[in-house]
Ligand binder design. Structure first.
Ligand SMILES: [Zn+2]
Length: 601
């Protein structure tokens, strides 16, 4: 690991997991643990457990789990060093400079560096080069000035195949890392590498924390495509990033009781809105709105307003996103701008005041879709009616909130002039069909995962060991050569055994978690760590029962093996061997009986 474990443990110990997680989501105490509805998947009954004693969390619904650092990484979408820094700052703890420099050697650290250097390079081109005049002219024609160019870090990629490549080489980056960043292309090992972006106006795309993770480039000549995004990398996933979020994120708070976020489609739309004072604006990056997107927005805002170009394509995009909002249970409105204008054109021709009025007219996204469909199909003829109800039943089937569902059903029945009851019947039919389909899928997935399931007693015994490391000795004494059946259990036990014997009374589950490099094993460990076991004598009993169970299993295996050999010897008519084996068989049974009696005493 690239960090000093002592520092990591210090930062962890200064940040109680319950304090940190409850600053993001409400936790409810149940017994020795705390519970919540999982922030990483959609659920109604809480299966997300936080264990304060062991400082871990685990979700039994989606299988996420980890310590305070993994929680912050996952929730805030940070890299490890960023999460460490956030938690250190939170506890007013100053991290030694070295632990950060070292971290930048990591995979994503290097990518961040390349993007930072490339952004500075493109931006300086834009500001200084005389050949950037056409880029500056275009920027000006969109209504922006130098101040905005600096504020948003706008750049210019020259009409040349090697400029960025040469610049990055001078800065000491290796070709392999440049290619991994996606900014340099190299189609095959023989070809020479070249710049992805040429003759384009460059928009840096930042993550929520403000670091450059990608670029969007707009053509300056009549080339295609008009907009080009840098490819997905370890630090850039289109389906979960927005343009403008780092600016917008701080602005949702304090806007009255409902925090709103405006969603548009293009960088220029987003910039124009932010420049006109609508700082709470983000743009998707050339993809439809995804569930990941909505889940991220829900952290910052209560309600989304989709502002789409007033043309058919824009309208269609808004209609499609309705389902995503319903599924993620986030309130949303939509507004289509008049005269097929996009937000950029609208603002420049009509101004901020007029735009604000448009926002006030935004419709609940359900009504928006209903109006769009009523405009497209005739509800008075049966094929039109079937088309509209068909579209909506699929949508309604996704609503989990009963109150909302009733409201929408009433509204739909009213505007279509049909019985609410009939809609309900159709909806139930559809849901029933879906359940059969998904339970079939479940069967398949459990069957394939069942190749080597963890046995309940193996799980229990590992949990006992974690909660009471002194049991290791007893386990090794009773079952010195036992091999766990389940592969993860086997791997985990090896690490656990080493840690317990090496660290003796210094053993801690926090330290153990930090030693686990494999995310799979980390999650495996958190599930054990949040499991509640009885204490004292009752725990001892659980442990002994597990040992007994394993002994029984091993004995059964051995007996079966001997039986098999007896049959073989009988077929071979080897009587002395048969006798010998029968004695062994009796001996094993007798030994086990005696051990059981001893235990009872
Ligand atoms: Zn979950």
């Amino acid at each position: 690991m690239a960090y000093d474990n002592r520092i990591i443990e210090q930062v962890q110990s200064l940040n109680d997991i319950v304090d940190v997680i409850s600053s993001y989501i409400p936790l409810k105490r149940t017994g020795r643990s705390l519970k919540a509805c999982c922030p990483f998947h959609q659920e109604k009954t809480p299966s997300f457990i936080v264990n304060p004693e062991r400082q871990v969390f685990h979700c039994f619904g989606c299988g996420e789990g980890g310590d305070v650092l993994s929680f912050v990484m996952k929730y805030e979408q940070l890299t490890f060093p960023e999460a460490l820094k956030l938690l250190a700052d939170r506890a007013h703890f100053e991290l030694p400079a070295t632990s950060f420099q070292r971290s930048e050697k990591s995979n994503s650290g290097l990518l961040y560096q390349i993007y930072e250097v490339a952004q500075a390079f493109y931006h300086s081109n834009f500001m200084k080069l005389s050949i950037a005049e056409k880029a500056r002219a275009y920027w000006k024609s969109r209504g922006f000035g130098e101040k905005e160019a600096i504020q948003f870090g706008i750049g210019f990629a020259q009409d040349d195949w090697r400029k960025l490549f040469e610049h990055l080489s001078q800065k000491g980056f290796h070709e392999e890392a440049m290619v991994r960043s996606g900014l340099i292309a190299k189609p095959s090992s023989q070809k020479t590498p070249y710049d992805l972006f040429r003759n384009r106006l460059m928009f840096p795309i930042r993550n929520a924390q403000g670091r450059v993770i990608a670029f969007g480039g707009r053509v300056l000549a009549d080339e295609m495509p008009k907009y080009l995004n840098s490819p997905e990398t370890d630090i850039f996933k289109k389906r979960r990033e927005f343009y403008g979020l780092s600016v917008a994120k701080g602005t949702f708070i304090g806007q009255g009781s409902i925090r709103q976020i405006i969603i548009v489609e293009g960088y220029l739309d987003c910039l124009q809105l932010q420049v006109h004072g609508f700082l709470n604006t983000v743009a998707t990056l050339g993809t439809a709105l995804t569930e990941d997107h909505v889940r991220i927005l829900k952290r910052y805002a209560d309600e989304a307003i989709l502002v789409y170009d007033g043309d058919r394509a824009g309208e269609q995009a808004a209609v499609r996103s309705l389902d995503v909002f319903l599924e993620e249970d986030m309130s949303a409105k939509a507004v289509g701008l008049p005269d097929a204008l996009d937000p950029d054109d609208f603002l420049r021709s009509k101004g901020a005041e007029a735009f604000h009025e448009q926002l006030l007219e935004a419709q609940d996204i359900f009504d928006f879709k209903l109006n769009v469909l009523l405009g497209r199909f005739n509800k008075l003829d049966s094929s039109g009616l079937l088309k509209i109800t068909g579209e909506f039943l699929d949508t309604l089937a996704k609503i989990k909130n009963q109150v909302l569902l009733d409201r929408y059903l009433k509204k739909l029945a009213g505007s279509l002039g049909v019985e609410e009851r009939s809609l309900k019947i159709e909806l139930e039919k559809l849901k029933a069909k879906k359940v059969t389909r998904s339970s079939n899928a479940l069967e398949v997935s459990t069957r394939s995962a069942a190749s080597s399931p963890i046995l309940p007693y193996e799980k229990l015994i590992l949990t006992c060991l974690l909660q009471n490391p002194s049991y290791l000795e007893k386990l090794l004494e009773a079952l010195p050569t036992y091999e766990f059946e389940n592969e993860q259990a086997r791997e985990f036990f090896e690490i656990l055994r080493r840690q317990i014997s090496e660290r003796a009374e210094l053993f801690s589950s926090t330290h153990l978690m930090n030693e686990l490099k494999d995310d799979r094993l980390k999650v495996f460990a958190t599930e054990l760590l949040v499991s509640e076991l009885p204490e004292g004598e009752a725990l001892e009993q659980v442990f002994q029962d597990c040992l007994a169970k394993i002994e029984q299993v091993l004995l059964d295996k051995e007996l079966k093996e001997i039986k098999h050999r007896i049959q073989q010897a009988e077929r071979d008519k080897d009587l002395p061997l048969v006798n010998q084996l029968l004695q062994d068989y009796q001996g094993l049974l007798e030994g086990s009986r005696r051990r059981k009696e001893n235990l009872k005493k």
